[in-house]
Write a protein that binds this ligand. Structure first.
Ligand code: ZN
Ligand code: ZN
Length: 425
């Protein structure tokens, strides 16, 4: 449905092709992409919350995304080496770790100095801050349910084949959850490789798209994704945690008690606000550096997805993400009608058919709507176009319809549970 009415006079001032629109967005030129970079705040969640800043970061993010796309389009991405982002993040991680340790050491020193003195109070605060900022290893999401090979032999078998095809070590844990998503990460101090598949996403995919999805996710174990390194994680999280720590819990009125007290409280608040602002700014800058590389890693993972499932399946997989809102709506509707993955897939296949003529526009609009300096993924439309831009790869792993159906059958109980929770939600 077009909410913005276009007339014959609405042509591109640059190339004179007719303008297009989708989903009530302000029109743009689908040939030369004039006006696609337009910032439409009402179509996005505010990022930093200041309109002028959000507009500026959008413009910057759009340019960086387009530049990265142009730099990588049409050629294999390749594993990143020692990028500037990696060096910056590692350096920041070392500084932050040293800072946390210094905080701990100084705290202990203050507590122990001529023990016991009033220095115990600042000493304890410093020790607690160091404790709060200690590096942590991510744990397995409590909502993800790990599966055993006996419970899902077909899924485990396909994952093994895809891992071999993309040259990735197989995951040590395969889990499922009820998100329209899939992720791969390393958990715990032993850095166990975890692959988690959201059943709503897995359920709507065609067999080769499932292979491409597995190829993409397992690709994260070999694509040098800097978000997953233990040290760079420190850089990407510590300052954010510090800013959180310095956030006032609630607006407290000044406690009174005379002018001296009021002035010292005001000063303390100003110092805390400045520290918090500095920590937050540092966090945003590091995130910014990290996400550029992360987006590149996603393109590489897509390349591995195409190697496993074939370029065609990888493109239609990323196009499912372009139309994510329509697809999730279909799944919800079918779940409420009591239908499982077969029903979801049939409905989504119909929607895909209907969306086909609009796909070019939807891919383009996803760039305007989803581009962000803080996004871990490039806009889905650029991912599709990136796969299309490269030399087409034939699948190296085949999943037959029968095998794909068996994979679903083995997970039938879990699908039913997800269906019920979707129907209830
Ligand atoms: Zn144009
Ligand atoms: Zn990914």
């Amino acid at each position: 449905m077009l909410g913005v009415t276009l007339t014959a006079a609405d042509e591109c001032p640059r190339c004179h092709d007719p303008l297009v629109t989708e989903r009530d967005a302000l029109p743009w030129c689908s040939s030369c992409e004039w006006n696609l970079e337009r910032y439409e705040p009402e179509r996005r969640r505010p990022e930093l919350g200041w309109p002028l800043v959000d507009r500026t970061t959008h413009r910057l993010a759009y340019r960086l995304a387009q530049r990265q796309f142009t730099a990588l389009a049409g050629r294999p991405v390749g594993r990143p080496g020692w990028s500037v982002a990696r060096i910056v993040l590692l350096f920041a991680a070392v500084v932050l770790l040293a800072g946390t340790l210094a905080c701990l050491a100084f705290g202990i020193y203050l507590i122990a100095y001529h023990f016991p003195t009033f220095l115990i109070i600042p000493g304890t605060v410093l020790v607690l801050i160091a404790f709060a900022l200690r590096p942590r290893f991510p744990r397995l999401d409590p909502y993800a349910e790990p599966l055993t090979r006996d419970q899902a032999p077909t899924l485990f078998g396909v994952v093994d084949r895809v891992a071999a095809a993309v040259g990735a070590p197989p995951p040590q844990v395969i889990a499922i959850d009820d998100g329209f998503n899939a992720w791969a990460t390393a958990c715990g101090i032993r850095r166990r490789r975890v692959l988690c598949l959201g059943l709503p996403l897995l359920g709507v995919l065609r067999p080769q798209e499932r292979v491409a999805l597995l190829g993409h996710e397992l690709g994260h174990f070999v694509n040098g994704d800097i978000r997953r390194g233990p040290l760079t994680r420190v850089a990407l999280s510590t300052l954010g945690e510090l800013a959180e720590l310095l956030r006032p819990t609630r607006r407290q009125p000044f406690s009174g008690g005379g002018l001296v007290n009021a002035v010292s409280e005001l000063l303390a608040r100003i110092v805390l606000s400045v520290l918090r602002f500095l920590a937050w700014t540092g966090h945003v800058l590091l995130l910014l550096v990290g996400q550029r590389d992360a987006q590149r890693a996603e393109y590489l993972a897509d390349e591995l997805g195409a190697r496993a499932g074939g370029s065609t399946a990888c493109t239609t997989l990323t196009d499912i993400l372009v139309a994510e809102d329509v697809v999730t709506m279909m799944i919800m509707r079918e779940a409420r009608l009591g239908r499982g993955p077969d029903g979801w897939r049939a409905a989504v296949d119909q929607a895909r058919e209907a969306l086909l003529p609009r796909l070019r526009g939807l891919r383009q609009l996803s760039v305007r709507d989803r581009v962000s300096l803080f996004a871990s993924h490039p806009p889905a439309g650029l991912r599709s176009r990136m796969v299309v831009s490269r030399i087409s790869q034939a699948p190296t792993v085949w999943l037959s319809e029968a095998e794909s159906a068996r994979l679903d059958d083995e997970l039938a109980d879990r699908y039913e549970r997800v269906r019920r929770s979707l129907a209830a939600g």
